[in-house]
Design a protein around this ligand. Structure first.
Ligand code: PNS
Length: 163
């Protein structure tokens, strides 16, 4: 049974991420969605705990999918949790150069872990967490782009900001 890890910032989780989680869960025996614990990242909106909680809500009905957070190197973390595969989503050619570099470096750091790519469904290929945050910040509707748990958190966060 192959254990895979799907790492990311997920700040916040959007429908493109959910699509990759579902499809990866259908391929691998078990899947850990791993949130990078990066409290100091510029432009971060949600805490690690908030991001984990949203993903937990979304994967609640999915068999053999769990959620975790990590800091440090992904290649080391994958080894620690016994993951043989790193799953990444590719939206467009523009993602590829960065992902190729990461895949090579991760393989050098841990040759026992392979990076695999799932092409994001075309209907979500234009969605990114940064754009979701930007649109939500201005009070516009992102309900077609994100799961309910994300929408709820965004409404709560930006309602607070305008009080
Ligand atoms: O959703 P993102 O921001 O594209 O996810 C990026 C992530 C978390 C996968 C990447 O930043 C990462 O793996 N960070 C952990 C540190 C690390 O291993 N860096 C790579 C060294 S080659």
């Amino acid at each position: 049974m192959v254990h895979a890890v799907y790492p990311g910032s997920f700040d916040p989780l959007h429908n493109g991420h959910v699509d990759i989680i579902r499809r990866a869960a259908g391929i691998y025996g078990s899947l850990t969605v791993a949130v990078l614990d990066n409290p100091l990242k510029a432009g971060a909106l949600l805490s690690t705990q908030e991001r984990v909680a949203i993903i937990q809500d979304v994967v609640a009905g999915m068999k053999d999918v769990k959620v975790d957070s990590f800091d440090g190197l992904l290649a080391e973390y994958a080894g620690q949790i016994g993951a043989k595969v790193i799953v990444k989503g590719l939206r467009a050619i523009s993602d590829f150069e960065y992902e190729l570099q990461m895949a090579h470096l991760n393989r050098q750091l841990n040759p026992n872990v392979e990076t695999t790519f799932i092409m994001t469904a075309t209907r979500w290929s234009y969605v990114s967490s940064s754009r979701v945050k930007e649109i939500a910040k201005y009070g516009a509707d992102v309900s077609k782009l994100v799961p309910r748990a994300t929408l709820h958190k965004l409404k709560e966060r930006f309602a607070q900001a305008t009080v």
